[in-house]
Design a protein around this ligand. Sequence first.
Ligand code: KIV
Length: 271
Amino acid sequence: MKNIPDFQVWKADGRPITMVTCYDAATAKILEATSVDSILVGDSCAMVVHGFDSTVHATVEMIATHVAAVRRGAPNKVIVADLPFLANRKGTDFAIDAVDRLMKAGANAVKLERRKGNLQLIEHIVESGVPVMGHLGLTPQSVNEFGGFRMQAKGDEAARILVEDARMLEQAGCFSVVLECVPGSVAAGVTAALRIPTIGIGCGPEVSGQVLVVNDLLGMDGAFQPRFARRYAKLNETIANAVEAYCADVRTKDFPGPGEYSAGKARTLTV
Ligand code: KIV
């Protein structure tokens, strides 16, 4: 089984790190049999699974439920769980209770968005024996501040601040940092400035690893295809075709066929 300290080794060895999100036991069971290094139970579950328009709607209970399901499906994978919106801003007790619930649900580490105002808490969580992954750039919990899901750190000053933030996260004890939707040159600069690995999404190739939302990778939503999310399947079409084929078979009474049920002995039943 891979583990959190492996992230450091992978960066030192220049071995690209693979991570995908996952929210349910059935998909986790498939991932368990793949070589993917780690699973992120992201607060993106609020959007992808629950249909909300942002991750602001994720709760500790929601994420803990998904972590437990993913752990049952993937007993041997490294699982990182997101601390949801404001869970890190309601005082240390609330935050530590949230971390406790996510870890007891089966996570190996937690992920926390942004640097500002979070360093002490990150140190406290790390000192408590829980690995923390940082998250900078387009931090989706701040979508209202950004005015939409927009590329961040485009200007020189913003890029400089991003590198500084990443260094502070490293100093606070983070074992890795997700960089989301910042220019490739900025992601490359952050990656070079850090000892710990960077995991990119929408940041180009010069990072230590990549993370994708599993539903995007699988093409579950035909209408949603961000530029950075390469589709490796078109499951929306595969699923729709399978359901249409099933409906057609039911209507023509082709399903269920011989061998797909037990006929029982010939008999006449009276009521
Ligand atoms: O919640 C999530 O899926 C994430 C990834 C986009 C990195 O944070």
